[in-house]
Design a protein around this ligand. Structure first.
Ligand code: A3P
Length: 294
């Protein structure tokens, strides 16, 4: 297998960022122009950073009262991915009409976000995860996902692609640094860390509630924690990636491990040294604080 000739379906570059057929140019344009309401909340993250989990947390903080009745609403209609797929007017209408306050997912880089985000002071949650675990999680996702060509290479080959930023949504280093630079002082943006969420799940629910101006009773917080545990989400119809035709969960499940530090089972000593050097050069001065679980 020659990694140099590896591409994903519909691969193209938008402002230097690699994207595939599932986020085509017209979808990215629709995202830029997407109409927002002041009470929307956007959850943005680099792939495999715990975004599905965070979307469900935000969704339940805002909709706990009706979430049980809407249990059978599939994920794309609870927390839609705005720029998903070739533009389909009916889907765009449908996702626009979900019950408010609406919660949306995006993988866009900072400069591709909807123009109205800033214009209307819409709130956004950004999730960080330590990039060693992101790379490992992404590798397994690339293996099982047909829209990512079911990557047939080795971990080491994927590692090289990841470090070169030659993966869907581009370089992790550029991606998070652009968000941080653009939004770190913005009171409408909450930065969360996957590792903190694992360490203090209930605390993260409270942090999100606080940010969104919701005062939750303790029993509600407890219920949200229960409903968003790794195991519950893996088994729950509404949250699991049920019947997504391009996923082959026999290769690797979508809810894979859900822990901190799986990179230690994948990174070679040399890769780890190489990574630490690049990380120190590129982001050590950025001011955000990543916990690698060391
Ligand atoms: P792993 O592959 O390391 O297991 P995203 O949703 O951004 O694609 O991120 C996927 C990662 O989040 C996967 O990591 C997945 O297992 C993990 N994840 C999903 N739901 C989770 C939960 N409720 N608690 C902890 N981790 C979760």
């Amino acid at each position: 297998f020659d990694v140099k000739s590896f591409t994903i379906p519909g691969q193209y570059y938008l402002d230097g960022v690699l994207l595939g057929s599932y986020n085509p140019p017209d979808g990215m344009k629709a995202l830029r122009e997407f109409d927002l309401f002041e009470d929307d909340c956007i959850v943005a993250a680099y792939p495999k950073s715990g975004q599905t989990w965070t979307l469900e947390l935000v969704y339940l903080v805002l909709h706990h009262g009706t979430a049980y009745e809407r249990e059978n609403t599939a994920r794309d209609m609870r927390t839609p991915w705005i720029e998903w797929g070739p533009v389909d007017e009916e889907r765009l209408r449908n996702i626009s009409n979900i019950p408010r306050p609406r919660v949306f997912k995006t993988h866009a880089i900072a400069k591709h976000l909807p123009v109205q985000l800033r214009e209307k002071n819409v709130k956004m949650v950004f999730v960080f995860r330590n990039p060693k675990d992101v790379a490992v999680s992404y590798y397994h996702f690339y293996r099982m996902n047909a829209v990512l060509s079911r990557f047939p290479g080795t971990w080491s080959q994927f590692y090289e692609m990841f470090m070169a930023g030659n993966v869907a949504h581009g370089s992790w280093f550029d991606y998070v640094q652009e968000y941080w630079r653009e939004f770190k002082d913005d009171k409408n943006v909450l930065f969360l860390y996957y590792e903190d969420m694992v360490k203090d799940h209930a605390g993260s629910v409270r942090k999100i509630a606080n940010f969104l101006g919701r005062n939750l009773r303790d029993d509600v917080v407890e219920d949200i924690v229960k409903r968003t545990s790794f195991k519950t989400m893996k088994d729950n119809f509404a949250t699991r990636a049920h019947k997504i035709p391009f996923f082959d969960e026999n290769i690797s499940p979508f809810f894979r491990k859900g822990n901190v530090g799986d990179w230690k089972n994948h990174f070679t000593v040399r890769q780890n040294e190489d990574f630490d050097r690049v990380y120190a050069e590129k982001v050590a001065e950025s001011g955000f604080c990543i916990d690698f679980g060391e």
